[in-house]
Design a protein around this ligand. Sequence first.
Ligand code: NDP
Length: 289
Amino acid sequence: MKIGFIGLGAMGFPMARHLAKTHDVTVWNRTREKAERHVREHGTKLAEQLADVADNEVIITMLPTSREVDEIVDELWPHLRTGTLWIDATSGDPNVSRVTAKRLAEKNVAFVDAPVTGAVVGAENATLTIMMGGSAQNVEKAKEILKGNGKTLIHVGDVGAGHAIKVLTNSIMGATVWITSECLLLAKQLGIDIKTALEVTNAGSGRSNASENLLPMRLRDGQWPLVFKLAHHDKDIRIATALAHQQHASTPLLALTSQLFSAALHELGDQADYIEVAKIVAKMNGTEW
Ligand code: NDP
């Protein structure tokens, strides 16, 4: 299959690498050097210009938000070929993706939203969970293409359903990271060793991905790698909050999580990792992490 891949960031770079094992992959990235490196290291083809990407059976986008995806749709518009499948792996906005899908249909381009979860390590090891929205036929085709990227590929519903569940599941994670940080740091303030607090939490009912994998490295070992930008996480929770408003749903904890993450983003800046919200929790309590 001929695939054009747009967006070689933390997630897109390894995803395009795995796709290139079984497909003919052409890459384009805003910062050209990354695309050139991908071609050198992984035998992909370089799109000399963005328009070249349209010369493929499948286009995959892995960009920060739906806004950048729409900008790319605008730029590729005159070059789009009938029968193309557009897979958007971005964690996007379901309302926007439904409009984008309708627009692309005018050119007979099919659209599947296929956001992923599993972090950079999941992209590197091709163990992502991929949640997909679109018609059964288009999703089947997308699954066949993306199976080299993930171990769990789930058809969630119509276009936008993948993007919707992605922001909801990330909101669950955000709230969990925050409350776990609060309680672990409070344990520390109470004189309990952080190692012991983690040991007890992970042997009991407070256990989660946050307590087992995300926080020990930071709070116990003092390592704060950048794996997922807080700016991206904040965007996901804000989309989830907007969806709740749209449904007139009562989601006070989601609203609070959104407020906390937005405040943390203002404090920590665009390039912070999302688990650095634990530093804000510590600051709020005049304690150390
Ligand atoms: P990065 O910030 O690492 O990469 C973003 C990519 O988008 C880069 O290739 C960047 O190009 C490109 N880009 C940014 N702005 C534009 C623009 N205006 N026009 C064209 N290209 C642009 O993001 P991630 O790879 O971490 O995340 C991508 C998506 O995946 C996001 O929606 C995120 O929420 C989601 N996600 C991320 C996970 C993670 O752990 N990192 C996990 C699961 C989902 P350039 O190289 O020039 O900057």
